[in-house]
Unconditional design. Sequence first.
Length: 394
Amino acid sequence: MNQATQIKVFAGIVFFLLVTNLFVSNSTSDFWMEERESIGTQIIVDPIPTLDKPTNLPSFILTQLSYINQDRFFLRIPGVLILLLTFLGIHNLGKKIFGEQTIFYTLLVLGSSFLTVNMAKFATSDIWLLSSQTCIAFSLIFFLKQPLQKWKQTGLVAVLFGALINPFSTFLFTLLMSLLLFFIHPKGKTLKSLWIWVVPFFLSLALYFLDIFSFQSSYVEFFKSPFLKFPIYLGILLLGILPWFAFFPSGLWNMFKRLRQGEELALISFCWIIGSIFSFSLASQVVFALLIAKQIQGFFDKNFPYENLVKSSALIHLGLVLFGAMYLIIISWENLKGVGFRAAMITTLFYWMGCLLCFIGLYGKSKKLILGGLSLAGLLATYFFWVKAFPLLY
């Protein structure tokens, strides 16, 4: 079997496991708190959801779908499709800028991480926001390279989509990323012609004041305790780089190093991350995955400068996983006895074994062990969590 065929088989296995994780246990698991409240707290019991008014566009769509079928599996399909379409868009647009291999690794990281898949399963509107803001970011990048109308219009549609989901977050993301690119990118002045992107936010304000959409998470909850939420938010973002933590510190360090040198990719990545983090969105996950993908590519170069940092990070991660797994297994045994022990064991075992294979691959310079070990660690750990561990918690 030649290398191209091996890659296709591997990609097929990963995609199968990804889709399986997106749909498994969707009929029994609960919704994210805000989405559950916006759809109606008694959606599974009452024939008609109890809802004063929709929170945003996703809650409006889910509420309408609940009149057709109130099964939780059915109501999760839109979010899952949005995530898969986002992955497709990242592939089709990203390969034109970053290359086919880099985007393949990027999607591998995103699809096997602990964040994006689980957010889609909880039917949270953050997945919808991730999609819109990723499209906004790509529109800005392409417009900088070629200021064509199609990128201006694509970005406008993406901003409109985001403004109907979370206008405050979308406004902050678009404003921060655009302003930073305007001032530090050599061609940033071309972004002045994108002033029309402001229009969708007036539409969201009109919907808010007309009492059509409440945008509760945008206009109320964000101002309650943003600084208290920020450490929790950063902790959630950390889940997005697991199990690929070994390549993250070097990727972040390399970005800042190249940022001082004025490299375009580093400039864009920095602006994207700042816009995402300070708008409390998940859009930074795409950049983090991209930085990790670039490090995976460079690791097999004999002149790669961060080999020791990658190996050290992998060793730290492996040790923390081992002690964390032991603690989780002990706690599960104390509370749930044999059934809890087995669920914790099988969930953590595949994750730790995958990380161990990666660690071995780092010293043996084996791309198969690194990619296969980490991707299967994330995918199989997620699968067994939902199949074995989650039923005990629900």
